[in-house]
Design a protein around this ligand. Structure first.
Ligand code: FES
Length: 193
């Protein structure tokens, strides 16, 4: 049974009932939770959302956010408020590779807009869209802290800096031939705590 939520998302009770972290992920979640005093589990929300995104298909569905709320004993709206604020959390399904182009000052001054236009044309999608084959999603984000090597983009855990059209051609080609996911969740959360 589904009920309508914000935008086009629905909440499916049967999907929600099926959600469960793997034993390994749950062990990590419990370890993170134990870093905070009783009643302050909300402090664990950011890393737990990364784990949830990694575990449940690369995005945070309404059911996933509800599950995370239950695990941390907080309200679902508290999860949504955080998940909808940060661009590294995907609130709709994404492609295998999420290209996040920085559009802040240094990158903008060094041609970020041209880079975005180039990728849009090359992949035949607009910002926020995913290619028909499910391979690439294009996003624009704010400063990724690599201003000295602008323009740049992030894909998964990798930074691509001093971008040129040739570099973009080459990285898209490389990613097409890989079998791994490259959205933000390809970070190995076990080694980033
Ligand atoms: S302005 Fe693009 S990384 Fe800082």
């Amino acid at each position: 049974m589904s009920s309508q939520l914000h935008g086009t998302q629905t909440f499916d009770k049967s999907k929600r009932a099926e959600l469960k972290f793997s034993d390994e992920a749950m062990a990590t979640v419990q370890k993170i939770k134990s870093s905070y005093p009783e009643g302050k589990q909300k402090s664990a929300l950011l890393p737990v959302l990364h784990i949830a995104q990694a575990e449940f298909g690369g995005w945070l569905s309404p059911e996933t956010m509800d599950y995370v709320a239950a695990v941390l004993a907080i309200q679902p709206i508290e999860v949504f408020e955080v998940a909808s604020f940060y661009t590294m959390y995907n609130l709709k399904p994404v492609g295998k590779c999420v290209l996040e182009v920085c559009q802040t000052s240094s990158c903008w001054l060094n041609g970020a807009e041209d880079i975005v236009n180039y990728i849009e044309k090359k992949l035949n999608i607009k910002v926020g869209e995913t290619t028909k084959d499910g391979m690439f999603t294009l996003k624009v984000v704010e400063c990724l802290g690599s201003c000295g090597t602008a323009p740049m983009l992030q894909c998964g855990a990798s930074y691509h800096e001093n971008l040129t059209y040739d570099k973009i051609d080459s990285l898209l080609e490389t990613y097409r031939t890989e079998s791994r996911q490259r959205n933000y969740t390809d970070l190995d959360y076990k080694n980033t705590l």
